[in-house]
Design a protein around this ligand. Structure first.
Ligand SMILES: NC(=O)c1ccc[n+]([C@@H]2O[C@H](COP(=O)([O-])OP(=O)(O)OC[C@H]3O[C@@H](n4cnc5c(N)ncnc54)[C@H](O)[C@@H]3O)[C@@H](O)[C@H]2O)c1
Length: 713
């Protein structure tokens, strides 16, 4: 039984673990939410608070009740560990609990010292008074899961803070500091530090004065601009959310708070909530949420397994990737040594880093002082000896096995024992790099995406000999630098790029058969991809794919590739950086303008190869490109490269602009039904065009489809 030593209280929940504590502080009952890590409002906690209220009401000595949270949070809302379990729906549900609090004849005061989110905020909105630390983050983030606050949040928050601020919070899910809502009915007092002493004093004062209990539900919203604002909100939210239902429902629920009596508003909110919970978008967003959490768990390694200490980091190579990688660590407060071969690229790399920080300051994304502090954390060097004190060294030199092995040989000679030696290689065999050292167990891949200081995704590549604590350490440091890390085994392209190669191959076949780059891009962008394949290639540089294809022609001569892209590259049309690619670009602009020269090139190519172009619908474009991802994803699971289907989804959500409300390619395939996916693949295989092997279902996909199962269980 876990019991916090800080307060000697008695248990109030009949449970193995006490997650809400009760004590008396001189005629004031204090109920402390204590359900680490975030004081989630699971069944035991809800029951604990309810019985705490009952106990306070029954005790003649108690004049008021204070509810507070243990640790850094007040409460982050629902306990996600209970999702989809009977406990989530067991009474007292949050609705009922809030009603008990609101109906309490003794005043209930919330003391909010830290994060107060979702159901946590809804609970607080049911209290009669609220005292908060000025910097406590306050939010209703349900919209991020495709939902809306379902326990009165859409009805009470507008009454507390006004329609506009409430709607902004509910529609965006963003958090604001309590101080930003000062002067509203939400807070009765704001404190600089711990709000508990102030809340206790406040409770006594309220009791002494016999002050009437304030219930937010009793406030009538009287805003002459309400209708106009709500209409404006409907238009802007509708346009921004592209038919994805939750944000508009948030607006409608807030509209009900204005136009309807409180109970009716609550009923409408509940109706919308029940509708949204069933929506495919919310299912997908919830999948994404859990998939991201699952990605950090590695079978066979305990979550609290020991890790190595990382205090000093070094990066080898100050080019495109090295500079960005170094910035990630410096921005997180770690000193970074950065090594180059010569002074000139070193100076150039550092100048770029400085420029990037200055740009962030200019855009208001970073305080100038923070940028200066980050820049001061860099130690440039030309000597490997300077890496001797580093705990983690990340190599980001040219993509060439000889060059990389040479770097690792030198590194092996100088790095201290236990240092983690990482490579940012995109395609090379990590095990061959590790084998050049006397410590392959310390070698790991950290595959960042460009621009490394911006992109969230990090593929962590586990070599055949990588030690468990090295993997654990890198997964943890990924969190420190704000990355979404996914484990991959060694293969050419790892998870993300190996799949994208098939996606791009398919996109090229579509050109041969009759589509234009703009048609393919538009179809996939309407599906929700941040960027279609051709705009994406123009951004990444068409030469990157060309380089890989040239290698493939030698390695796998039987694999069919459209040569249209090669033609483009032979003309030097490498994309945005050269101003010409699949599209035209005006100097200094990123808008992709269709180019008749490209159309002519494609037409010419079709003629030469005897392709009779046909009209291809958007559905076919989307299916062929997305199922190409799905089949390769299944292959990766079969080969054990990816640990789980949801990891593949995380890679695509965090690194490739896959629409979050579709959950990732594997989840999307599950929603279509794998049987249907395989049927479509058979149909595409019957098309005489392209590589006949392309549409052979991966064994796992074929098996799951025949058993009517899904990737995500
Ligand atoms: N560019 C991308 O989008 C991307 C994405 C993920 C991974 N990668 C990988 O990152 C690595 C670096 O790619 P990049 O795009 O930054 O290349 P880049 O050419 O921009 O930078 C490489 C840098 O390494 C330096 N260098 C070369 N040999 C060195 C040595 N022996 N010692 C010290 N410095 C040395 C070069 O001077 C250069 O500044 C490659 O392995 C690449 O495959 C690139």
């Amino acid at each position: 039984m876990r019991r916090s030593a800080e307060t000697a209280g008695s248990p109030i929940a009949r449970s193995e673990i006490i997650t809400a504590r009760y004590r008396i502080d001189d005629t004031v009952a204090v109920i402390t939410l204590d359900n680490p890590p975030v004081n989630g409002l699971g069944y035991d906690t809800r029951a604990g608070v309810a019985s705490g209220i009952d106990r306070a009401l029954a005790d003649p000595e108690v004049r008021a009740v204070v509810i507070t949270g243990a640790g850094r949070m007040f409460s982050a809302g629902a306990d996600i560990r209970e999702f989809n379990t009977p406990k989530a729906k067991a009474e007292p549900r949050l609705h009922s609990l809030i009603r008990f609090i609101e109906d309490s004849v003794k005043p209930v005061i919330a003391a909010i010292g830290g994060g107060c989110m979702g159901g946590g905020l809804e609970l607080v909105l049911g209290c009669h008074f609220r005292v908060a630390a000025k910097d406590a983050p306050i939010a209703l983030p349900e919209v991020k899961l495709g939902l809306l606050p379902g326990a009165g949040g859409t009805q009470r928050l507008p009454r507390a803070v006004g329609i506009e601020p409430a709607l902004n919070m509910i529609v965006s899910g963003a958090s604001v500091r309590a101080a930003e809502l000062a002067g509203t009915a939400l807070f009765d007092e704001l404190t600089d530090g711990d709000p508990l002493p102030a809340a206790l004093a406040f409770a006594r004062k309220v009791a002494d004065e016999n002050r009437p209990r304030k219930r937010l539900r009793d406030i009538v919203i009287n805003d002459p601009n309400a209708e106009g604002f709500l209409q404006f909100a409907r238009n802007t939210v509708g346009a921004a959310s592209k038919g994805y239902p939750a944000p508009l429902k948030c607006v409608d629920a807030v509209a009900a708070a204005v136009a309807k009596p409180f109970e009716e508003g609550l009923r409408i909110e509940r109706e919308f909530f029940d509708e949204l919970v069933q929506s495919p978008e919310s299912r997908a967003l919830r999948h994404a949420f859990f998939a991201e959490r699952a990605a950090s768990r590695i079978p066979g390694i305990a979550e609290d397994a020991s890790a190595r200490a990382i205090e000093r980091v070094a990066v080898i190579g100050a080019g495109t990737m090295g500079g960005g990688i170094a910035m990630c660590f410096a921005s997180a407060g770690l000193p970074v040594t950065i090594l180059e071969m010569k002074q000139e690229p070193l100076d150039k790399g550092l100048a770029t880093i400085r420029r990037n920080y200055e740009a962030s300051v200019k855009r208001g994304k970073l305080p100038a002082a923070a940028a200066e502090q980050a820049i001061a954390r860099f130690s440039p060097t030309l000597s490997f000896d300077a890496l001797a004190g580093s705990d983690l060294v990340i190599e980001a030199v040219f993509e060439d096995m000889q060059v990389k092995q040479d770097v690792f040989r030198k590194l092996d000679a100088v790095a201290k024992s236990g240092a983690i030696l990482a490579t940012n290689t995109s395609t090379l065999d990590l095990d061959k790099i590790a084998a050049i050292t006397r410590r392959p167990q310390d070698v790991i891949g950290m595959h960042f995406f460009s621009p490394a200081n911006v992109m969230k995704l990090l593929e962590v590549v586990r070599g055949a000999k990588t030690a468990d604590d090295v993997l654990t350490t890198v997964m943890r440091i990924a969190k420190t630098i704000g990355k979404t890390a996914v484990v991959s085994r060694v293969c050419d392209g790892f998870i993300g790029n190996r799949m994208v190669e098939q996606y791009l191959r398919q996109a090229m076949f579509l050109l041969e058969e009759g589509a234009t780059p703009a048609q393919v891009d538009q179809a996939l962008e309407r599906f929700g991809m941040a960027m279609g394949p051709f705009r994406m290639s123009d951004l990444a540089g068409n030469d990157v794919g060309w380089y890989i294809r040239k290698r493939r022609y030698v390695e796998k001569p039987n694999l069919v590739y459209s040569k249209i892209a090669d033609r483009l590259c032979e003309l030097g049309r490498f994309g945005q950086k050269t101003g010409l690619g699949w599209y035209r670009y005006q100097a200094g602009r990123r808008d992709a303008l269709p180019d008749p020269d490209v159309d002519a090139l494609i037409t010419e190519y079709r003629k030469e190869h005897g392709f009779a172009p046909r009209k291809i619908g958007a559905d076919e474009i989307v299916e062929r490109c997305i199922y190409a991802l799905v089949n390769e994803g299944a292959q990766l699971l079969d080969e054990g490269i990816a640990l789980r289907a949801s990891d593949i989804d995380v890679v695509y959500l965090a690194g490739y602009g896959f629409p979050r409300y579709r959950g990732g390619p594997m989840f999307y395939a599950d929603t279509i039904g794998l049987y249907n996916v395989v049927r479509s693949m058979r149909r595409f295989a019957a098309n005489p065009h392209g590589d006949p092997g392309f549409w052979r279902p991966a064994p796992l996909l074929a098996k799951l489809a025949s058993e009517n199962k899904t990737f995500n269980g």
